[in-house]
Design a protein around this ligand. Structure first.
Ligand SMILES: [Zn+2]
Length: 302
């Protein structure tokens, strides 16, 4: 439908300090048109792109984030962004490694060929455990509470829970290669409990810091919700623990609980995909915390 020529587009735009009148003002900085790439510097703020006709007002509206600017500033936004990325990466590694291990074991049982030397598996799990510990603890260190700032309580909770969770995940990964023993079972439980603790702990920081990132606030499909991750982790952990217990009780029953193994593997796969989105979300937030979007006044000149 063609735009109604009788309805004029608004010449005002909401900035962080209230509505700004755009008529008589021009773009004062280098700013590529999102449609064609033409540099809009000098273009009238209520005009159109000289190349493709894109409304300059729309380009301005998508470049600023007054909602984020109105929130109280974080004490150390860079560290918060880094902390979120480190913790999410640690969680992703904690799931990716056992998942690869499970797939290797599954392929080996299907083809009767061992894909990896068991010493290599042990070494990979050891390196993975060290990586999970390093990433998780580094993340907690970055989130350490600063004086003032709106994140103090959430950060304290994140450090307590994610710190303990990281230690459990690291210890669990170290114990996991002992596949069929009691130690392996305790290891699996410790790793899943650690994951739930870390997710629950970091949630408050993610939500509060995420309010400052428009992409995170407005994303629907690509935004990973922590409660969903926790539910998936719980289901995956329950299935895999069930398989281990069944195997310990009756090693011959492995065939009859195949469905449980497949369900556990599927849940773990879904958890891994969710964690990849969690890492991507954390990187969006980190980017906007490090380099907040410009204020409207910074983009305009008289
Ligand atoms: Zn254009």
């Amino acid at each position: 439908m063609a735009p109604d020529p009788n309805i004029q587009p608004s010449t005002r735009l909401m900035g962080s300090d209230g509505p700004v009148e755009l008529s008589g003002r021009a773009i004062g900085v280098s700013m590529p048109c999102p449609t064609c790439g033409y540099d809009l510097r000098g273009a009238s703020a209520i005009g159109q792109c000289a190349e493709c006709g894109h409304q300059v007002r729309d380009v301005l509206a998508s470049a600023i984030d007054p909602q984020a600017h109105r929130l109280p500033p974080l004490a150390d936004p860079r560290a918060v962004g880094d902390g979120l990325v480190f913790i999410s990466l640690g969680l992703a590694v904690c799931v990716a490694l056992p998942l690869i291990g499970m797939l290797c074991v599954w392929i080996a049982t299907q083809t009767d060929r061992l894909l990896l030397d068991s010493r290599l598996v042990d070494l990979a799990m050891f390196i993975g455990a060290v990586a999970v510990l390093a990433l998780g603890l580094l993340g907690c260190w970055q989130l350490r509470p600063r004086h003032k700032g709106p994140l103090q309580r959430a950060a304290r909770k994140a450090i307590r829970l994610a710190g303990l969770g990281t230690l459990l995940m690291g210890a669990g990964l170290l114990a996991m290669p002992m596949l069929d023993g009691m130690v392996g079972l305790v290891g699996t439980l410790a790793a899943w409990a650690g994951m739930l603790l870390s997710l629950g702990g970091v949630r408050g920081v993610l939500v509060e810091a995420g309010r400052r990132c428009r992409l995170f606030r407005t994303a629907t499909l690509q935004r990973q919700r922590i409660p969903t991750l926790m539910l998936t982790a719980t289901l995956a952990g329950a299935c895999l623990t069930g398989v281990r217990v069944a195997r310990m009780v009756d090693p011959a029953a492995v065939g009859s609980i195949m469905w449980l193994s497949v369900l556990g593997l599927t849940m773990t796969l879904m958890l891994a995909m969710g964690l990849v989105y969690f890492v991507i979300n954390a990187m969006w937030i980190r980017r906007d915390l490090r380099q907040p979007p410009p204020r409207l006044a910074e983009l305009l000149r008289e």
